[in-house]
Design a protein around this ligand. Sequence first.
Ligand code: SF4
Length: 366
Amino acid sequence: MSTVARTQRLSRAGRGTAGALLEWYDNERRDLPWRYGPGVAADPYRVWLSEIMLQQTTVKAVIPYFEKFVALWPTVEGLALAEEEAVLQAWAGLGYYSRARNLHACAQAVVTEHGGVFPVQEQELRRLPGIGPYTAAAIAAIAFGQPAMPVDGNVERVVSRLFAVTDPMPKSKPLLRDHAAGLMPGARTGDFAQAMMDLGATVCTPKRPSCLMCPLQNQCDAHALGMEGQLPVRAVKPDRPVRRGIAFVTLAEDGTVLLRQRPDTGLLARMLEVPSTEWQDDAPDLARALRGAPVRASWWLVPGQVVHTFTHFRLEMQVYRAVVPVSPPLTFWADSARCRWVPKRELDKQALPSVMRKLIAHGMSS
Ligand code: SF4
């Protein structure tokens, strides 16, 4: 069947699809702290906050962070007035720290440029820091009932199966977006968007979708063709490059750890880090690396290594540890203006990215 013929046939089924999905959503939707009951207007601040947090992260991971943020800053004005350091600390562990900075900048822009009221239209929302096409559509639909269809990985998967799209991702994304928009009903757009998200997260899952429980079983081409397990088709991705380095976990006799603030731009900008060599393609030269350690000390290699996967590369780090007297002189390489000694018991409160927490935990082990 040609794509056009398939689209025509399925666009007839599309009207029934929305109704079946909304009926399912009314009974089966997930109870999430940023959601409101039927007929209750959503708070755009909470919708926006949850959508920013949910980018690249699971619902389960987001819930405690969301609750912490709304307890600390119940309104967009409150968040706008917060210190950036406090926002980063509250965000620590959720990853992708540029999102936390954009979150703060966005709150300030909403207050200064929009009088504390989020814009209603997708296009205006997209002009705010950290709000891309998906988030703008999600806020417009969920908070304001606009006819906007947010399409993330979950929705792409559901739609690729409903329409049995066999073109590989990411080339097929525009077609999937068109199909998703074609399914959107004239009313309850926010509920429809959330119903698609819920269906993808709980029923039409990546592996072994629960087709027998699915409200769209009768409208689904992939299920009819027995292809649900093969879709969506993905183009083969090249392996992530590997970068390597050596980290120095420096413990002082008074129970403090040497940390350093990262540069103002680039990956993990302005977050705290464990001083380390550059992260490079080749394994670093050990003698050279030790000459560049932040303190002259007797360094001991902690067995094993720390592996962390970033979006664009995989990091493999060896960790050296030293115990030093209180406030030892730092070497030129330490960049002492950016260094600070932090008590171990206060590490939890620091704006430390996950990779640095892993390095510290490994450095203190065995
Ligand atoms: Fe996904 Fe199966 Fe439902 Fe089709 S029938 S949308 S493959 S869960």
